[in-house]
Design a protein around this ligand. Sequence first.
Ligand SMILES: CC(C)(COP(=O)(O)OP(=O)(O)OC[C@H]1O[C@@H](n2cnc3c(N)ncnc32)[C@H](O)[C@@H]1OP(=O)(O)O)[C@@H](O)C(=O)NCCC(=O)NCCS
Length: 180
Amino acid sequence: MTAQLREMRWWDIDRVLELEKDLFPEDAWSRGMFWSELAHARGPGASRRYVVALEDDQVVGYAGLAAQGAASDSGSEAVGDIQTIAVRRDQWGTGLGGELLTELLRAATAFECAEVMLECRVDNIRAQKLYERFGFEPIGFRRGYYQPGNVDALVMRLTAKPDSGSTGGSTSEQGTEING
Ligand SMILES: CC(C)(COP(=O)(O)OP(=O)(O)OC[C@H]1O[C@@H](n2cnc3c(N)ncnc32)[C@H](O)[C@@H]1OP(=O)(O)O)[C@@H](O)C(=O)NCCC(=O)NCCS
């Protein structure tokens, strides 16, 4: 695995959109949605972490996390949300999805998230296996969450380990402070 991860910037959006249309043909994000997310990724009060994976200067994957209710704002605990995660088809099964997820969980720890949530199509078994490997557990469904196909979402949650305060429950992944 040779892809390098770095922060997603606005000049990556065109290449990200190409992958987005291929990987999420029914509900691809628009250019404006990516712009809006990246607008919250820098500066005081930043609440997003978006990364791209680059190989030979090509975008082969990307992922993003949003943190809501940062502890310093409200006194309540922050919650992370996996907004998106995607890997170019020819790289599936190489571990890149795991690398991207590891980076998002690292960010969740930095945002002091007590838990991380995500929604996943019920028929997306590959993604669910990836999340389970990192300790996410299914907690419910959102009926008809994905439109226009009217596909249900499985809601999954990862809770911070009580002893470390970091987000992550799995011990099977290596090389990340989240589990360490
Ligand atoms: C989901 C996705 C990000 C995973 O990326 P990836 O690089 O393949 O991820 P990894 O290689 O780290 O792990 C894939 C895991 O999927 C599972 N998997 C692998 N092959 C599989 C198969 N044929 N069927 C079902 N699950 C499979 C395994 O758990 C595997 O982990 P393992 O190799 O340790 O057993 C990628 O498939 C993707 O971009 N899909 C399209 C976009 C998408 O669905 N995003 C998630 C939205 S919720």
